[in-house]
Ligand binder design. Structure first.
Ligand code: FES
Length: 158
């Protein structure tokens, strides 16, 4: 969703409902990202004013959590688990293959713009590592061949 006045009014409504309470920052950010799929830059100013925080503090929280993003994602989001169990079972290789096929790094979109590649830190499938999540679907014991197939299918689904 493009950033414009209507997005600011939606953000302001979230702030009006939750904004003044202690601990409102994370719920606000989640509500905003759940609505727009990303955090519009204008949200930082609106939130900082409402919660009496500096813009740097709000920005710091957004960039600390890998879950939040400033840019609209591609149509599909591929998350590769970067936590310990999956790293021990080959997620570094999966990431390298994904970056090669998609032509992008983590937190970026593929050459086609269709796929956003993101890290995730444990999907709860440690016993079946390495794991990935494609949109809302979990994949366990992912081989390089499986990952290649998933990515090629996603790119072809355009
Ligand atoms: S470490 Fe990857 S699913 Fe838990």
């Amino acid at each position: 969703m493009p950033e414009h006045n209507s997005s600011q009014s939606v953000i302001q409504k979230f702030i009006d409902v939750n904004g003044a309470e202690n601990g409102a920052l994370l719920p606000l950010l989640h509500a905003i990202q759940d609505t727009f799929d990303y955090i519009p830059k204008s949200a930082v100013t609106l939130i900082s004013k409402a919660l009496s925080l500096s813009e740097a503090e709000v920005h710091g929280v957004i960039t600390y959590y890998h879950y939040f993003r400033y840019e609209a994602p591609g149509r599909h989001i591929v998350q590769i688990c970067r936590a310990e169990s999956c790293q021990a079972c080959g997620s570094d290789e999966l990431l390298a293959v994904a970056q090669d096929i998609l032509g992008c790094s983590l937190h970026q979109k593929s050459r086609s713009g269709l796929i956003t590649l993101e890290p995730v830190y444990c999907l709860g499938l440690c016993a079946s590592s390495p794991a990935i999540q494609v949109d809302n679907k979990l994949h366990a014991r992912v081989s390089i061949e499986t990952l290649k197939g998933v990515l090629v299918d996603l790119e072809a689904s355009a």
